[in-house]
Design a protein around this ligand. Structure first.
Ligand code: ADP
Length: 205
C-alpha cells in the first residue's frame, strides 16, 4: 500500500469511536465513516439497492422505494447464509468507496471508522488498526445512556460483536477510553504525533 497512511478505527458499540474520530478531526485529520458509506450505497437508484432487491425480494422496499432496514435486519438475524449474501453485495462496494475517498485525501494519514472490522476480517486492507477499548460495564452504561436503550438490548448487541480480546489481538494501537475526557485528549495528541511520524516513514517505503 502506498500514499496516505490508512488507520482503521474500530471498537464495540459505545466504546467511543465517534468521540475519538471527532477529536482527530479537530486536529485536522481526515475521517472516513464506513457507516455513512454503507447508508449512501443503498439509496434509491444505487446499484447495491438493486442487487439487494434481486437477492431478497421487493418486500424489502418501503412504499417510498427506500430500503426497509428493519425488515432486512430481521431476515439476516437468524440466517447466516442470508447475512453472507448481503455482505457479499455490500462489502466490495463499501471498500471500493473507501479506496476512492482515500485516493482524494491530501494529508499524511487518515482514519477510517469501521465498527465491525474484526468481525469481517478485512484488517489487511489497512496499514494499522486502532482499537478503542473499555470494560463491558462502562460500554453498557455509555451506550444505553447515549441511545436511551435498555441494558438488555445493548448487552445483546455486545454479544453479537467481536469480544474485547478478539479485537485487542488485532490492534496495533489501543486507546483505553476508561478515561476522563482531558486524558483522552492527551492520548489522542500522542497518537496523532506518532501517526504523523509513521506516515513520513510510510511515504518513503
Ligand atoms: P461509539 O461511536 O463507539 O458507539 P461514542 O463515541 O458515541 O461511541 O461514545 C458513547 C457514549 O459515551 C457517548 O455518549 C459519548 O459522549 C460517551 N463517551 C465517550 N468517551 C467518553 C469518555 N472518555 N468519558 C465519558 N463519556 C464518554
Amino acid at each position: 500500500m502506498s500514499g496516505v497512511l490508512r488507520i482503521a478505527l474500530t471498537g464495540g458499540i459505545g466504546s467511543g469511536k465517534s468521540t475519538v474520530a471527532s477529536k482527530f478531526q479537530t486536529l485536522g485529520v481526515p475521517v472516513i465513516d464506513s457507516d455513512v458509506i454503507a447508508r449512501s450505497i443503498v439509496k434509491p437508484g444505487e446499484p447495491a439497492l438493486k442487487a439487494i432487491v434481486s437477492a431478497f425480494g421487493k418486500d424489502l422496499l418501503t412504499d417510498e422505494g427506500t430500503l426497509d432496514r428493519r425488515r432486512l435486519r430481521n431476515i439476516i438475524f437468524n440466517d447466516l447464509s442470508a447475512k453472507t449474501r448481503l455482505e457479499n453485495i455490500l462489502h466490495p462496494l463499501i471498500y471500493k468507496e473507501i479506496d476512492e475517498q482515500v485516493s482524494r485525501i491530501h494529508y499524511p494519514y487518515c482514519l477510517i471508522v469501521i465498527p465491525l472490522l474484526v468481525e469481517t476480517e478485512r484488517t489487511n486492507h489497512f496499514d494499522r488498526i486502532l482499537v478503542v477499548d473499555i470494560p463491558e460495564e462502562i460500554q453498557l452504561k455509555r451506550a444505553s445512556n447515549r441511545d436511551n436503550d435498555s441494558l438488555k438490548l445493548i448487552e445483546g448487541i455486545i454479544k453479537s460483536q467481536a469480544s474485547r480480546e478478539q479485537r485487542l489481538k488485532r490492534a496495533d494501537d489501543i486507546i483505553d477510553n476508561n478515561l476522563e475526557i482531558e486524558d483522552l485528549n492527551k492520548t489522542i495528541q500522542t497518537l496523532h504525533n506518532k501517526y504523523l511520524k509513521l506516515a513520513e516513514e510510510h511515504k518513503t517505503l
